[in-house]
Write a protein that binds this ligand. Structure first.
Ligand code: ADP
Length: 492
């Protein structure tokens, strides 16, 4: 039976699952609309227990042969996969933007190239995984990174294509097979990923896409006892639920769970650069887990800096994310809009000072104005909880101790940004801020070799470089007594 397809932004996209190298439908389907203008993007297969079972079974069946290929055998296939992503950059970017409202230019020039890099980088890194031996007086410890099995990869809607490849890259490079559960508010770009994987020659069952609602398809998936790994990016609330499933089967889980990251500006910083970067926190309507949403400014420059930020924010055009001049697109969904508006309304009711924004933008139903609150206490909801919208808070500090106290004053610990003119001072502050990543005089620079993850409720585990393989592999030590073999064995 032909799969159900739609043409999105001129690109044909399957709305069905991809299981065992085939399109598979579901009797149940869910509606999907574009946040840009509410356009109908077709009804997507809503998987349940049966489809989750099929997907995990397919991945389990494909695992032994994929694992046996070894990193060298997998490399050419994964390289073709990465090239296939680049070859379809325009299609992926257009579909992602239609589906989740993220900036087209950002998708085309940053997210898609990065997605391709996620695949090729980890495929190459895997080549050197088993080169590690630790010498001991009696034995040689040969450290082996073995494939673990089937990985469930669950991704959020704000950057689904890039974040899926961030998991798929190391999972497959390590020799695992995967079942991807894309987000129901932006399910389409992962469907293209399956087409690209297939065209690149990934064997059936190595990469599967299970579409559906989190509480149904996702829940069935994470409760499958055959899983070897669960990698999740989303909210702490959902992580708690998935974590219970992982606990029942003792399945290792890595999670990246958003943040409420501080953006610290010292008086001696390059205030123009800092102001531009603060304005940049509104990009993609603030639906960025790494965004520095709590602006902490040294009191001595607060007035001067506020004027610079206000001017920079004034340059941020809100509107259609397909236009190159747009910096702030729509929120993803009307439910999410209501959630963001709720935060803003409660902050106003609690007496916070609205410096700008505060409501719907004239650009359309799901567009929210860049918003800034001052007069915020460190314990207030608006300074504590992740809004995941274009809403920032403005606080001042008198000295470094206060900056650090404010910075560390939430339950989150994903990232932080610091603008500072003095290296010693910058390092003193940076070393004391609780965060998985702390950017100094820059923002959003991500090196695939560097560790990435969150402290506190921002997540469990680190990925990136060898850390990704620490998670996706079963690490084994083959301890061989020195001199116990009369002659060296011939390699198999
Ligand atoms: P967000 O707040 O970003 O929407 P969620 O944590 O709700 O984040 O969702 C992130 C991903 O987790 C989505 O793909 C969603 O479908 C999935 N998900 C939601 N609930 C569950 C669940 N109970 N089990 C497995 N996956 C889930």
């Amino acid at each position: 039976m032909a799969d159900k397809r739609a043409v999105i932004a001129g690109v044909e996209v399957s709305l069905d699952h991809w299981i065992d190298g085939q399109r598979v439908g579901s009797a149940e389907r869910f509606a999907n609309a574009s946040p840009i203008d509410g356009a109908d993007l077709g009804s997507v297969a809503a998987g349940g227990a049966a489809e989750a079972e099929m997907a995990v079974a397919a991945a389990a069946k494909a695992f032994p042969a994929w694992a046996a290929l070894g990193p060298k055998g997998r490399l050419p296939i994964l390289k073709r996969f990465a090239e296939g992503i680049l070859a379809r950059a325009n299609d992926i970017a257009a579909v992602e933007t239609a589906d989740n409202g993220s900036l087209l230019a950002g998708n085309l020039h940053r997210m898609v190239p990065r997605a391709a890099q996620n695949i090729s980088f980890f495929a190459e890194w895997a080549l050197g995984l088993n080169d590690h031996a630790i010498d001991h007086p009696e034995v040689v410890n040969n450290v082996r990174y073995d494939p673990a099995g089937v990985a469930a990869l669950i991704t959020p809607w704000n950057a689904p294509f890039m974040l899926t490849t961030w998991k798929v890259g190391p999972a497959l490079a390590a020799g695992n097979t995967a079942v991807i559960k894309p987000p129901e508010w932006a399910p389409l770009s992962c469907s293209l990923l399956a087409d690209i994987a297939h065209a690149a020659g990934l064997p059936p069952g190595v990469l599967n896409v299970l579409q559906g609602i989190g509480e149904d398809a996702g829940d069935a998936l994470v409760n499958d006892a055959r899983l070897a790994r669960i990698s999740f990016t989303g909210s702490p609330e959902t992580a708690r639920i998935i974590g219970q499933a992982a606990a029942r089967t003792i399945t290792p889980m890595s999670s990246e769970l958003g943040g409420k990251s501080p953006f610290i500006v010292c008086g001696d910083a390059d205030l123009d650069a800092a102001a531009q970067t603060v304005a940049g926190q509104y990009i993609n309507a603030g639906q960025v887990c790494l965004a520095g949403t709590r602006i902490l400014v040294e009191a001595s420059v607060a007035t001067e800096f506020l004027a610079k930020v206000r001017a920079a924010v004034g340059q941020m055009t809100v509107g259609d994310p397909r236009l190159p001049t747009t910096r702030v697109g729509p929120l993803i969904h009307r439910e999410h809009f209501a959630r963001v508006a709720g935060f803003v309304d409660r902050a106003r009711a609690a007496g916070a000072d609205l410096l700008w924004g505060g409501g719907r933008d004239a650009a359309g139903a799901l567009y929210f104005q860049p918003t800034m609150f001052a007069g915020v206490g460190p314990g207030d909801e608006i300074a504590q909880d992740e809004v995941f919208g274009p809403v920032l808070t403005w606080q001042t500090f008198a000295d470094d101790a206060e900056a650090i106290r404010l910075a560390n004053g939430t339950r989150y610990g994903l990232a932080g940004t610091l603008f500072c003119g003095n290296e010693a001072r910058a390092m003193r502050i940076a070393e004391r801020v609780v965060a998985g990543t702390l950017w100094v005089n820059c923002f959003f620079v991500r090196d695939l070799a560097a560790p990435f993850g969150g402290a506190r409720i921002s997540g469990i585990g680190r990925e990136g470089g060898t850390h990704s393989f620490d998670f996706y592999c079963d690490i084994k030590n083959i301890a061989v007594r020195k001199g116990s073999f009369a002659s060296p064995g011939s390699p198999s």
